[in-house]
Structures are given as structure tokens and as C-alpha cells.
Design a protein around this ligand. Structure first.
Ligand SMILES: O=C(O)CCC(=O)C(=O)O
Length: 259
């Protein structure tokens, strides 16, 4: 693994604007294995039980089973992910962005199925988290498909990481999605090719449009923060929805080839 992925200009851009694009993190020759695994998650071949939910519950009109599919902790069910290129490279980059003490806090899959047309409401991730004494955090959002404005690429509000957390409220009558007041006129969309990614801080305002196309919009996300803050969260019972993992690991033993 090379010592440095980023230039000092990229690190400064992230610090000032609260987000950064990194192209070709997972090159074409390596991305196929992620697509295969992702389909095993979406199809239910890997049973993720209560770790799977609809982030867009009550927000969509398409009648789809899930408006926005969210699966927490895929690496609990497919532990081989931890030593595969995405997790290793994203961790190395996050250490360049927020410090050498960064570790993975959690990972997740967020898919927008064809024609589900459900935006992810504007929010700042900090609104979902415990109030931590050390707020350094970086989330890596990897595109498995071309991410476009029309299928729900990420939008960021530049320099919102340098301002306060806006007041958040529940986005709909059911489900846990939060939202705050913000609009596209403040933000910029970041379209990505498969294998490219963005990093954003916990304070950065972001959102994505719904998927109005006939193709999937599959994203694989990993969040990193200082190891001491992960310990702080866990001591308070905060683990980003890591439910039933031990049971599911057993159920998926054959698939995962666990000892
Ligand atoms: O994929 C999306 O639409 C939203 C992702 C997101 O909010 C995040 O990664 O923090």
C-alpha cells in the first residue's frame, strides 16, 4: 500500500470545503467483485436481518418494497471485505484526511433501485450521532454504478463543515431519516464513475436526488473517526445499528466460509 494517496492540496480542499472527490479508488478490474457481493446483499442471499431497512420509509411514492435500501455493517456478514482494496485504501486516505488515529466506525450499503424516485433529504451526519468531544470524521461514498444527477449522486454544500449543525427534524411520519432546511441552490452535485468516490466530514451538508432512471444506484459507504471516539460511542451503547450480527454471521456461515 503506498504511503500517500493524496496531495497536500487535496487535504486542504477537504478541510476547507468538507468534501473531496477521489477518482478510481477501485479500478475497473477490481470493482466487479464488489458488484457481485452487493447483489448477494440486495437479493437476500446474504441475510442481513434487522440490519436492513428503508431509509426512505414514508418518503417515496413508487410503491417499491424499499424506497432507499440501507444495509448496515456489510463487513459483519462478509468479513473478507475488511482486507479487500476498498476498505484498506479508504482507511489509508481517511488517515491522511483526519489523522493517523482514524479507524473504521461502521460501513453500510445504500441503494436506490430503478425508478424509486426518493431523494435522501438534506442533512449533516453529526445530527445522527452522539455529540462527541472530538468531531473529526470522514465518510467515504464509493460508486459501484455511474452516479449521476438523475440517479442520485451526492450533492455537497461547500464549506458547510465550517458552520454549525442546522436544526434537524424527522423527514417523514415513519422511518428514521432526518432532514434540515437546505436546497440545491447552495450545493454542487458530484457525478462519479464506478470505482470513484467522495469523502465528506460529519458536519458537511449533503443530499441526493431520487433515482429516476432504469438502472441501480449502488453506493458502498465507510465511516472513519478517531479510535478513542469509537470507544467513547461503544461505551455508551452507540454502534450504528449493529444488530443481530453474531446470529446472522452464523446463518451465513456457509456463504462466508467462516471457521
Ligand atoms: O447515498 C445517499 O443517498 C446518502 C448517503 C449519505 O447520506 C451518507 O453517506 O452520509
Amino acid at each position: 500500500m503506498p504511503g500517500h494517496f493524496l496531495t497536500s492540496e487535496q487535504v486542504i480542499f477537504f478541510q476547507e470545503n468538507g468534501y473531496l472527490t477521489v477518482n478510481n479508488l477501485v479500478p475497473p478490474g477490481e470493482i466487479e467483485q464488489y458488484k457481485t457481493l452487493y447483489e448477494d446483499f440486495l437479493s437476500g442471499r446474504i441475510n442481513t436481518g434487522a440490519n436492513r431497512s428503508d431509509l426512505g420509509a414514508g418518503l417515496g411514492k413508487s410503491g417499491a418494497k424499499e424506497n432507499i435500501t440501507q444495509i448496515m455493517w456489510p463487513s459483519d456478514f462478509a468479513p473478507q471485505l475488511m482486507s479487500m482494496p476498498f476498505h484498506e485504501r479508504a482507511l489509508a486516505i481517511s488517515r491522511e484526511l483526519i489523522g493517523a488515529d482514524a479507524e473504521m466506525d461502521f460501513d453500510m450499503l445504500i441503494n436506490k433501485a430503478p425508478h424509486t424516485d426518493t431523494p435522501t433529504p438534506w442533512h449533516q451526519d453529526e445530527a445522527y450521532w452522539l455529540s462527541l468531544p472530538d468531531k473529526r470524521a470522514a465518510s467515504c461514498w464509493l460508486a459501484l454504478d455511474p452516479a449521476t444527477v438523475d440517479n442520485g449522486c451526492m450533492w455537497f454544500v461547500p464549506a458547510s463543515n465550517q458552520k454549525e449543525v442546522r436544526p434537524h427534524r424527522f423527514a417523514g411520519p415513519k422511518g428514521g431519516a432526518l432532514m434540515c432546511d437546505a436546497g440545491e441552490e447552495e450545493g454542487i452535485p458530484v457525478e462519479l464513475s464506478p470505482g470513484s468516490c467522495t469523502f465528506h466530514t460529519g458536519r458537511t451538508l449533503h443530499y441526493s436526488r431520487g433515482n429516476s432512471t432504469g438502472e441501480q444506484r449502488r453506493a458502498f459507504i465507510i465511516n472513519f473517526r478517531p479510535q478513542s471516539m469509537i470507544a467513547y460511542e461503544r461505551a455508551r451503547g452507540f454502534d450504528h445499528g449493529r444488530q443481530n450480527a453474531a446470529d446472522r454471521k452464523l446463518q451465513n456461515q456457509e456463504f462466508n466460509q467462516l471457521p
